[in-house]
Design a protein around this ligand. Structure first.
Ligand SMILES: Cc1cc2nc3c(=O)[nH]c(=O)nc-3n(C[C@H](O)[C@H](O)[C@H](O)COP(=O)(O)O)c2cc1C
Length: 383
């Protein structure tokens, strides 16, 4: 992605970014990003939980420009949202990882680099100028996982996110039907798909087919996407807590009992997530899980949330329900697929504008003022 100076007008809605990405990407790739487990009920449950939660507009309040800065896990942030860890981001278009890292540096939001990133973690840590987190999968040997931890530490990363919701890879029907696999293998049956999307195909050919850049090869304790990641158990979490002295976050939690136990083991935050509905079709909506977990852990323990957030209003709702920080997944990839680095910047601008409008409607002039009082149910009662 050559220029970050070029700008584009933000698209109005998530649906517009998604449609633009759908036109640009081969079906195989769009489905890998867009798809989820089973009949995709968990993905839709995540989204509907946000859509179905009304906020309460207030009137006659001076709508000053809202202050969106915050401080989460000891880190001053320019924005209250960040980028969830996603493997193989460059499948959305060459340079996606880099565009996200530069946006994180510019806007001061956390970029969580995936174990399966398509750019080496050290490069992304440098480009994001101190705003990178690193997400760890324990696949293959424990030693291979711990060597990634050492690399993250050496790269100056301050926050490690252990993903724990992939005891086995979820069954994703779209990927199975399309024959999606990593490393990406171009099969004869994909040729028409690629030919119909020449911009993506030529760009990807020119830049090189994305690969899991944190591994030098299948042998080096290598990463097999379909392998179980069950090395991440309670014992490993204890071991990791002792070894990693910086901020430790555990991702993929929806059960309040698990959240309590993770807190007791000394994790600095729980990251409420169901992997964007990609693991279990019957998983609860993350917004619902967040509320139950907030009740269980009390008001002060840090909670991160992702899954189904599609607009600035959704980000406000997450905060009202107890999230200290929210992360978005698919929206970033669609913005990059649609318009490259300028698309990523435009997405940030669109979300900021949405949030500014929402806060003005709610009568809040700062992010920290948003709390449960902005939920309509607080004023109208549960029906
Ligand atoms: C293409 C793609 C790749 C992902 N790769 C990872 C990953 O490597 N590690 C991880 O912990 N979660 C991964 N996730 C899950 C995201 O971190 C996040 O939980 C989810 O995308 C949030 O839901 P949303 O996409 O609806 O915003 C991935 C999600 C997508 C869409």
């Amino acid at each position: 992605m050559s220029s970050t100076a070029r700008t584009i007008d933000p698209l109005p809605l998530y649906a517009d970014w998604r449609s633009a990405a759908r036109r640009r990407l081969p079906r195989l790739i769009f489905d890998f990003i867009d798809g989820a487990a089973g009949e995709e009920a968990a993905l839709h449950r995540n989204e509907s939980a946000f859509r179905d939660l009304p906020l309460m507009p207030r009137v006659l309040v001076d709508p000053r420009e809202a202050d969106l800065t915050s401080n989460v896990l000891g880190q001053p942030l320019g924005l209250p949202f960040g980028c969830a860890p996603m493997g193989m981001c460059d499948l959305a278009g060459p340079g996606t990882d880099a565009a996200l890292a530069r946006a994180a540096a510019r806007w001061r939001f956390p970029l969580c680099i995936s174990t399966a990133s398509s750019t080496p973690l050290e490069r992304l840590a440098e480009m994001s100028e101190g705003h990178a987190w690193f997400q760890l999968y324990v696949t293959g040997s424990i030693e291979a996982a711990l060597s990634l931890v050492d690399r993250a530490e050496a790269a100056g990363i301050g926050t490690l996110v252990l993903t724990v919701d992939v005891p086995r890879l979820g069954k994703r029907p779209r990927d199975l039907r399309n024959g999606f696999r990593t490393p990406l293998r171009w099969q004869a049956r994909h040729l028409l798909d690629f030919a119909l999307h020449p911009r993506w195909s030529l760009g990807t050919l020119r830049a090189g087919v994305p690969r899991m850049a944190n591994y030098s090869g299948a042998s080096a304790g290598g990463y097999d996407r379909t392998a179980a990641r069950r090395g991440a158990d309670w014992e490993f979490l204890q071991r990791l807590r002792q070894r990693w002295q910086r901020t430790l976050v555990v991702k993929g939690v929806v059960c309040p009992d698990d959240a309590m136990r993770i807190r007791e083991l000394g994790a600095d935050a729980v990251y409420v997530s169901n992997h964007g509905g990609r693991q279990m079709d019957a998983a609860p909506a993350t917004l619902q899980a967040l509320r139950a977990i907030r009740d269980a852990v009390g008001p002060d323990y840090p909670l991160v949330l992702d899954g189904g957030l599609r607009s600035g209003e959704d980000i406000v709702k997450a905060r009202a329900c107890g999230a200290d920080l929210v992360m978005l997944g698919r929206p970033w990839l669609y913005a990059s697929a649609s318009a490259g680095a300028p698309g990523v910047q435009a997405l940030v601008q669109a979300l900021l504008e949405d949030m500014g409008i929402a806060l003005a409607q709610l009568g809040c002039s700062a992010w920290r003022e948003v709390g449960p009082q902005v939920l309509a149910e607080r004023h109208l009662g549960h029906s």
